[in-house]
Design a protein around this ligand. Structure first.
Ligand SMILES: NC(=O)c1ccc[n+]([C@@H]2O[C@H](COP(=O)([O-])OP(=O)(O)OC[C@H]3O[C@@H](n4cnc5c(N)ncnc54)[C@H](OP(=O)(O)O)[C@@H]3O)[C@@H](O)[C@H]2O)c1
Length: 166
């Protein structure tokens, strides 16, 4: 199973502030949805709460926490009590890829075992309180990039990039 991180980060690697995203970029939301659709996604408890406590539809949501969260009635979500436990639960789904969907703590936990990163690089330097780890170009190679300018729906220019572990 490929372990992929999927993230949108500013030039200075900011990903969020006050448990919210720093932008509204509809094309990035579409990219996230298309890429992760029907696949297992692993996220931290705080990121899950930032989704108003509702699992992402059309995907199997695995929420990592050291506590108990009531997920009753949500057939497409379950808890995991460590990053390793979450990976085992994703493997049970027999999918070719699992997506690590943040936030900061969870990206840090999985970066050492991930082999792919889908990053939407948002071309701005922004203040945040949650950050993506720096991508070490000695360990990772960029294999894909597609650039988009800012427009009336997107306040910042952005690039979809894919990196693979060397
Ligand atoms: N730009 C993006 O692409 C993107 C994507 C996702 C999130 N974000 C942003 O990232 C920020 C949230 O990041 P965050 O780092 O504060 O929170 P987070 O990573 O979403 O969640 C942290 C929580 O995960 C659980 N956790 C972490 N490590 C664990 C471990 N080893 N074992 C068990 N549970 C563990 C803990 O939950 P408990 O406290 O319940 O034990 C911890 O409080 C928000 O601003 C959000 O908007 C941005």
């Amino acid at each position: 199973m490929i372990i992929s991180l999927i993230v949108a980060a500013s030039e200075n690697n900011a990903i969020g502030k006050d448990n919210k995203l720093l932008w509204y970029l509809p094309n990035d939301m579409k990219f996230f949805k298309n890429t992760t659709w029907a696949m297992p996604v692993i996220m931290g408890r705080k990121t899950f709460e930032s989704l108003a406590g509702e699992p992402l539809p059309g995907r199997y949501n695995i929420v990592v926490t050291r506590n108990h969260i009531d997920l009753s009635g949500r057939s497409n979500a379950e808890l995991a009590f460590s990053p390793e436990d979450a990976l085992l639960k994703a493997k049970e789904k027999d999918c070719k890829e699992v997506f690590i969907a943040g936030g900061q703590q969870i990206y840090n936990a999985y970066l050492p075992v991930a082999t792919k990163i889908y990053i939407t690089r948002v071309h701005a330097v922004l203040e945040g309180d949650a950050f993506f780890p720096a991508i070490d170009e000695k360990e990772w190679k960029k294999v894909y990039e597609l650039d988009f300018p800012a427009d009336e729906k997107h306040a910042y220019a952005y690039s979809f990039q894919t990196w693979v572990r060397i």
